[in-house]
Design a protein around this ligand. Sequence first.
Ligand code: ATP
Length: 585
Amino acid sequence: MEFSLLVDAFEQMEMTSSRLRLTDHLVSLLRMTPTDIIEKVVYLIQGKLRPDFEGIEIGMAEKMILRSLAQSSGMGMTALLEIYRDTGDLGNLAKEAMHHKDQTSLMPQRMSVERVYSVLYEIAGTTGPRSQEYKIRLVSSIINESSPRESRYIIKFIMGSLRLGIADNTVMDALSLAFTGTKTNRVLLENAYNVSSDLGTVARILATEGLDAVEKISIILFKPVRPMLAERAPTIEDVFHQVKGSAAAEFKLDGERIQVHKANGRVELFSRRLEKITSHFPDISTIIAGSKLSDTIFEGEVVAIDLDTLNFLPFQVLMHRRRKHGVDEAIKNYPVYLNVFDILYYDGETKTHLPYSDRRKIIERLVSVINDHRILLVPQTVVQDAKSLSNYMSKAIEAGCEGIMVKQLESEYRAGARGYAWIKLKREYGSDLTDTLDLVIVGALYGRGRRVGRYGALLLAAYDPKTDTFKTASKVGTGFTDKHLADFYNSLGRHLLRHKHPRVDAAIQMDVWFEPKIVIEIVASEITLSPVHTAGMNAIREKYGLALRFPKFTGKIRDDKNAEDATKVEELVTLYSQQKRTIQR
Ligand code: ATP
């Protein structure tokens, strides 16, 4: 397939901020893509080479790209930097630089998608001494073979700045329309995606074998399963509106969720966002690798424990484990325990369809097979009424937990779904809203006074899965230390945009905008109606959205969450209504 066709589609998609039109462009692109490369095209349009969990990164710094461009264009570094200053983007620079080049000597050949993909893949796989020089040569040669327009996208891709705003949901809508003629089959694609976390594979199977084959996609070892999630309940009484009879109550540990895959001697750990994090917890993986478990996938919460008091320590302590150097020392200083809470696959068989009470029995077996004091069963008790649940909540809080999880004994494991099969109940945070919210940073105002040179306030948004957009709910300026402000300035810089991102729905003006990527935790005193925020617009009152009153950053950056995992607009609407009920009571 000619790469210029992909570039045509990219250009059209870049120009639209309407999700419907974006989907139309995608549908046309997918229809003209030969089935044998559909997988690659699906990854490329999302700015990836492979699914996220494979952790493939191109790893080229700005300086290296500049050197490649100097080689391909024949321009000197000073001239290149001058254009770069004007264009402000390496992709645009590549286009300009290649325009400048005297092209009479070469008749550019037609570049194919396959060739671009394979060169990018080779760049990503090149490591070791002298790899930088080799990567520079690879980039320069592919740019030499491409047109200026194509060069722009190749460089944008390499730099990770190809921001077309195409979310998973949009790709699934487009695949469903392109290959089945209707959007309604998107649920089947979603199910397959939920168990495989690999849209490229789902697209390939759909295009080559059809919808029936997609329906048969099931759990595959070493492809992470998208996690099952909980709904929140504001009070203990509310839990029993959802639960009939008895339920399992468990400690809600404040650590990091991991999904463990084991087959033969191989073990991989995946985070809640499905990234491979085996290297963060080598102690845990070694224990599991050495156990007698075979072909198994299970989940648990890794928590650090205070060795003096044996209390659970907060989530932040685990940050010490995210390092490349000094791992042995971190293992010694911050010992962790894995508390197992679910099983998806055991001894080569899928277990997700079993009721939770049966899965729990398998987890008990699993923990005894591993037989190591660092791999534990998550504390659980079966409750039937509000009083025993309340007692259990006190016990959990005393042990340093953030609350409890209540699980329906009959429920299956539903990959990627949030529902009342699991209910989370958190302790009060000294604010009127019982739970914290996880919101996405989408814009900022520059700081004044002490905050000059930093951002003074951040614009936060909730996620709306129906429209696949981020709708604003708050501006927050409190709860930040100087270090936070400096860190945010740096980390947000990578996502900086001149204009509002197409997936952000905001009605206020900001100094700068960001690609929706970074999720932070916020507490607030209540949710109020607001004429300026777009979250929940018209849901409660005509022309009013919802906003947070007295929002404050808790200090927790939710880097275990993707933007689409942020608090949903619908949750804000529910919280608003629950809050009114509490006041009326
Ligand atoms: P939160 O913002 O509350 O951490 P979340 O959006 O990450 O939530 P939820 O589904 O709301 O996910 O809450 C479930 C999370 O709580 C799990 O992802 C897991 O990390 C953690 N957790 C702690 N203890 C348990 C437990 N016993 N069972 C299931 N999950 C638990």
